[in-house]
Design a binder for this molecule. Structure first.
Ligand SMILES: [Zn+2]
Length: 230
């Protein structure tokens, strides 16, 4: 099993029963003061992403920009995230500048980016188009209408347990539209929501809604993550 978006620098996940059984996990940071803490995590299963989240755009200083550049330069296994845009919190103009500069750094090194997007699909899509990145993970994805353009540029759609608060019909419609080889599963742990108990349980519940087996979903997500991070 894999987890394609979590925050290990914040805390070791509580209530995540099968965390020890994960074979790979992508850990992101939100604020620059978490970078060192995450760098110190010693677990070969962890793929580390560094960045400044749109909620903390003011963290993006000249020094931190240089630090991110150096971090990626010194660690070929490091990637960029969580970065992006959030229409519901903060100012989009400032967030856009911060996201673009981080995308530039990721592109410079050809690394993967993990994207947070609330209500800014078109802007994020335009910012990603034509870039030579190592790949794109759209974290906690939920928008039907952008699956086509995002999949055309090879973005991965990472589904979190939050999706299960939607009606079964909407969940099935969304999942049916996502290309098989671009599907990922995540928890956003430690922000896992009260009814999350484990990745397998999540895959079982999601599988029941969309008419697929948990094993099938877990295997597919693992295969896809391993392709993204060879
Ligand atoms: Zn997150």
């Amino acid at each position: 099993m894999i987890d394609s978006h979590m925050h290990l620098a914040e805390q070791v996940p509580e209530g995540y029963s099968d965390f020890p059984q994960l074979s790979r996990m992508v850990s992101c940071v939100a604020k620059a003061d978490e970078w060192d803490e995450q760098a110190a995590i010693d677990d070969p299963r962890v793929i580390k992403c560094y960045g400044v989240h749109p909620w903390y755009a003011e963290d993006w200083t000249f020094e931190n920009r240089k630090k991110l550049f150096d971090l990626l330069g010194s660690d070929p296994g490091a990637h960029v995230g969580e970065i992006g845009l959030d229409s519901k919190r903060g100012k989009i103009l400032g967030q856009t500048m911060v996201m673009i500069q981080q995308l530039d750094i990721a592109e410079h090194y050809g690394r993967v980016v993990s994207i947070h997007d609330v209500g800014c699909e078109k802007m994020v899509l335009d910012a990603l188009k034509g870039r030579r990145l190592g790949g794109v993970i759209l974290h906690s994805y939920g928008s039907d209408s952008y699956i086509k353009p995002y999949s055309e540029i090879g973005c991965y759609f990472s589904i979190s347990p939050r999706i299960l608060s939607r009606s079964d019909i909407r969940v099935k419609r969304l999942l049916d539209a996502i290309p098989e080889d671009l599907l990922l599963l995540e928890t956003d742990s430690p922000n896992i929501g009260k009814d999350f108990t484990g990745m397998r349980d999540f895959a079982e519940r999601l599988g029941t809604v969309i008419g697929r087996s948990a094993d099938d979903l877990l295997t597919k997500a693992e295969e896809n993550l391993r392709r993204l991070f060879p």
